[in-house]
Design a protein around this ligand. Structure first.
Ligand code: AMP
Length: 313
């Protein structure tokens, strides 16, 4: 598998920042560096990339609105790193709240265009890119291309996101599992609970990789032991799910997982089952997220991560 780093530098469009980014792009020869302003990004289809934000040294509301606009147009699968001046912690928190699909980290030694020579700044950024390069995964993988969108399935008005195209391509499937392992291997997850049936497919290799128990949440009547059940509304039907009460480790951290999060109803019901059995759900994961169906309203404060999000049908 070819590993090519795809680095996107997003600037605030100011000429000085653009100049800086261009110098970095020219100097960082072994990376595929693209420097764009948010205006350039609008409507652009981008590959998953490591994203570096520049030019938010001033915690100005216009910068926030601007970055918000950028984030809506980027499918953030890679990591994002804000290169902010020390006084810009506020901007960073703002971004972290908005982007669930990526990790936004502050440069360990924050850079400031005010205090450093521009030349030094450029060098620091290049070494930051190099330093972060060691443990990156496949960054140029187009997951979207593997997801077939089927209109009016299983009934009129529903656009169905079909993950079978991921499963038939070992590279795509491996990419998903690797991303999931990367996201959660350091998050002290004690077990993973998955929703029948497509959730099982992703959860099983993930559980094995992390060496943690896999808990099955199944449709009504499938589990033979003592169960707890919940009935809830789906995007296109009503359903009842069940869990073996004894499978949930009391007081332990159970990651909840499904292939796709639409309205969030299924995962909310699953969350209720796990909590009723004494488990703690620190996060919810979906390979695909459809935030335009407002799952965040249903899931409330529970952090949600997805590998790919669609913001409109
Ligand atoms: P929800 O409870 O609305 O979040 O629905 C999530 C569950 O329904 C997941 O198990 C999905 O597999 C399935 N699902 C809901 N909507 C869709 C859709 N548009 N495309 C594919 N699967 C869907």
């Amino acid at each position: 598998m070819e590993t090519k780093r795809n680095v996107l530098i997003v600037t605030d469009g100011a000429e000085s920042t653009r100049n800086m980014a261009e110098r970095i792009a020219a100097a960082a020869g072994d990376h595929q560096v693209v420097s764009l302003s948010a205006a350039d990004l609008t409507g652009t289809e981008l590959l998953p990339a490591e994203v570096y934000f520049f030019g938010c040294a001033e915690p100005h509301p216009a910068s926030f609105a601007y970055l918000a606009e950028v984030l809506r147009h980027i499918n953030l699968v890679g990591r994002a790193c804000g290169l902010f001046a020390p006084q810009s912690q506020g901007a960073l928190h703002y971004l972290s709240d908005m982007v669930h699909d990526s990790e936004i980290t502050l440069n360990p030694s924050p850079l400031s265009a005010d205090t450093l020579e521009p030349r030094q700044w450029v060098q620091d950024v290049i070494s930051l890119l190099r330093h972060n390069g060691g443990d990156t995964m496949e960054q140029d993988f187009n997951l979207d291309a593997c997801i077939r969108k089927v209109p009016d399935f299983p009934k009129k008005g529903i656009l169905f996101y079909d993950i079978t195209g991921i499963l038939t391509k070992p590279q795509a499937f491996a990419y998903c599992i690797e991303q999931m392992v990367e996201l959660y291997q350091d998050k002290q997850i004690d077990a993973v609970a998955a929703i029948e049936a497509r959730g099982f497919v992703f959860a099983a290799p993930f559980a094995l990789r992390l060496g943690i128990p896999l808990i099955l949440i199944r449709k009504k009547g499938k589990l033979p032991g003592k169960t707890l059940s919940r009935t809830y509304q789906l995007e296109y039907a009503e359903a009842t799910i069940e869990i073996h009460t004894e499978d949930v480790p009391v007081g332990k951290r159970v990651l909840l997982l499904d292939d796709l999060i639409a309205t969030g109803g299924t995962l909310k019901a699953a969350w209720e089952l796990i909590t009723a059995c004494g488990g703690v759900v620190p996060e919810i994961f979906g390979v695909i997220g459809l935030p335009f169906l407002d799952y965040e309203k249903v899931l409330g404060d529970i952090p949600v991560r997805t590998l790919i999000s669609y913001h409109a049908e």
